[in-house]
Design a protein around this ligand. Sequence first.
Ligand code: GDG
Length: 494
Amino acid sequence: MSEKKTEARFIVASNRLPFVLARGPDEEWTIEAGSGGLVTALLPVLRNRGGLWIGWPGTWEEVPHLHELMGRVGKELGCTFRPVPIDQDLYHDYYLGYSNETIWPLFHDLQSRCVFEPHFWQAYMEVNRRFADEIARRVRPTDFVWVHDYQLMMVGEQLRKRGVTSRIGFFLHIPFPAPDIFMKLPERQTLLAGMLQYDLIGFQTQRDRRNFIQCIRLLTKNIRVRAVGSLHRIWYEEREVDVGVFPISIDYRSFHRRSEEPAVREWADEAKAALPGRALMLGLDRLDYTKGIPERLRAFRHLLRSRPETHSRVNLIQVVVPSRAEIAGYDELRTEIEQLVGAINGEFTRRGWVPVHYMYRSLPSLDLLGYYRAADVGVITPLKDGMNLVAKEYCACNADGKGVLVLSQFAGVSAQLGRHSLVVNPYDVEQTSEALYQAWIMPVVERRERMRRMRRVIRRQDIFWWVNAFVRAAIDRHLEDFPVLEEFIPEMMD
Ligand code: GDG
């Protein structure tokens, strides 16, 4: 075996591969590298280090020359992509079904929205097996495999069944529910036993880890749990499983730098000039019932009803990014939001003042950064959220340091930023409305101090810190331990 073959490589598995495939009007497929947080975070460990990324390519359609297209992006990013094909029916039951109609609502404490269908679980397992097959074909014992998120919780167990002995880590991006809620899941036992096949399980917050360990204690016999340094170690059968807390973050410096670019400054200045003398309150979320958008609108309406002095002086800018349109309930949510926006504007609009500015679309990054820069208040009030990166991005871009964050106590990010923001229970309309008011009247000195502290936390614990913390806990290594190869050699396609 050559020297190179013994080097440790990174293998990442996530539901979607980090690129966007699109078919143009001439039926030609194009491919573009993704720009999300996870790609930015993982590229340093993958790029030119022989890294592999395994996932669904983002379409069930037959894409001619898919390998060639992927090879092109792979070359650009310096890693190899391997697709896991999933056809439309399977995708329906695995992704829309088990992942997003069972696990997603349950893990966000919204049990009444759950659909429990046995064939959803069969599809989920089938896809998790396909991922494991693909990884098992390529993995070497010295490699580190990092599996991401709730769509792939059983991949570790399936890898062990295939005899894979490499270190395998898992990170859950969404919350982990308390035992009372988790117990409702028909597959609760299988799922927990499956998760215990990982070597390291990472959660966003202490709350999630505590819930997980309580579930393990309730549902698994003959286990021992003890704190070991900053981790908890579980002894289960012949295995030792570490469980840690790794709050995900953003590329702070990049957001900060981009928010200072002239085009963004100009955009933000224009946005403010268009609404002179107004405080801009910003809500920005994917269309999802976990994000608490109707509750936020009701709180804003309460503010306008209870504090007439805010009239003509505050605006709520609410951006809703289309998401999961195929799932029942999402369309009703959109209707509910739009009716509320209409009702609020109908009740309060005066000459020269429309209180809620509503957008239902994805914003180009210039507009996104511009709004972050211009907003006086960031309103992040999910009913439950794993972390919520919008809160961190808002702080990183808030150039004059005067922005205030109104934050749900149920967002993972409140564990890090709660002390310096105005924390609310998003179900409490009066309390949220009062926090919006307090944010509006807060003296500049206090705003600056709070924002300075929040920015310091995010700058110190940025996305690169997150990757390093996880990798160190998983395999006791640093980025430098994954050596850069002299040249990028893509894995052989078969
Ligand atoms: C899951 C968990 C956890 C949003 N609108 C636009 C846009 N975005 C970008 C934001 C941000 C991302 O989307 C949203 O991230 P969040 O963290 O807020 O939420 P989820 O999508 O639900 O993510 C969450 C996260 O995983 C990571 O672990 O924090 O709790 O639910 O980066 O910037 N980007 C652009 N235009 C938009 O209109 N360009």
